[in-house]
Design a protein around this ligand. Structure first.
Ligand SMILES: Cc1cc2nc3c(=O)[nH]c(=O)nc-3n(C[C@H](O)[C@H](O)[C@H](O)COP(=O)(O)OP(=O)(O)OC[C@H]3O[C@@H](n4cnc5c(N)ncnc54)[C@H](O)[C@@H]3O)c2cc1C
Length: 157
C-alpha cells in the first residue's frame, strides 16, 4: 500500500481511494467467462466484448478489428448470412490467439513465490531480446486488408 500510495500521491481520486483502503489482498485470478460458442445466427452477430472479453489490454483493438472485418464482409458478400459466416471464419484464429495471450498474461500475475523470482530474473532479458518478435503478430495485423477465409462445408456458427 505504501508503494501504491506513493505512486498515486498526486492523483486526487486514486489517492483518496488508496487512503480509504482497510485491507489489502494478494492478486487473485479474475473470473473468466466461458468461451462463447455462437458468434451469429443468420441475422444477429456478436462483436467486441460480448463475444470475446480479452484480458490482455486488447479489448478495444479487437472490437474495432471485428467491426472493420464485419463491415468488409457485409460490403463484399451477396447476402447477410454468408457475410456473417465469413466474418467468423476471418476473425476466429486471431481472436482465439488473443484470448490465449490474455489467459497467459492473467496466469502470470498469480505465480507462486519461486516462479515469481524466476520470472523477475528472466523478464528483463525477455523484454530486451524476445518481446518484440514474440508479440509482433498482435500489433502488425491489418484488419482493413484481412482476407475472408473461404467457406467450409461445416458452416460453423
Ligand atoms: C479498466 C479497463 C482498462 C482497459 N484498457 C484497455 C486498453 O488499454 N486497451 C484496449 O484495447 N482495451 C482496454 N480495455 C477493454 C476495452 O475497454 C473493451 O474491450 C472495449 O471497450 C469493448 O468494446 P465494446 O464496444 O465491445 O463494448 P463496450 O465498450 O462495453 O460498449 C458496449 C456499449 O453498449 C452499451 N449497452 C449495454 N447494454 C445496453 C443496452 N441494453 N442497450 C443499449 N446500450 C447498451 C454500454 O453502455 C456500452 O456503451 C479496458 C477495459 C477496462 C475495464
Amino acid at each position: 500500500m505504501d508503494v501504491l500510495r506513493d505512486l498515486y500521491r498526486r492523483e486526487e481520486v486514486p489517492n483518496a481511494l488508496l487512503h480509504a483502503v482497510t485491507a489489502l489482498h494478494r492478486p487473485t485470478l479474475m473470473h473468466s467467462l466461458a468461451k462463447v460458442p455462437t458468434w451469429h445466427n443468420d441475422r444477429i452477430v456478436l462483436v467486441g466484448d460480448t463475444l470475446h472479453p480479452v484480458g490482455a489490454g486488447q479489448g478495444a483493438s479487437m472490437a474495432i478489428e471485428d467491426a472493420i472485418v464485419l463491415a468488409r464482409a457485409l460490403e463484399t458478400t451477396a447476402d447477410v448470412p454468408t457475410a456473417l459466416a465469413a466474418y467468423r471464419r476471418t476473425r476466429q484464429a486471431r481472436v482465439t490467439r488473443t484470448l490465449k495471450a490474455g489467459d497467459d498474461s492473467r496466469d502470470a500475475k498469480t505465480m507462486g513465490p519461486i516462479a515469481r523470482r524466476v520470472r523477475n530474473l528472466i523478464m528483463p532479458l525477455a523484454f530486451r531480446f524476445a518481446y518484440e518478435r514474440a508479440t509482433s503478430w498482435l500489433y502488425t495485423d491489418d484488419a482493413t486488408s484481412a482476407r475472408h477465409e473461404p467457406a467450409d462445408s461445416s458452416r460453423p456458427r
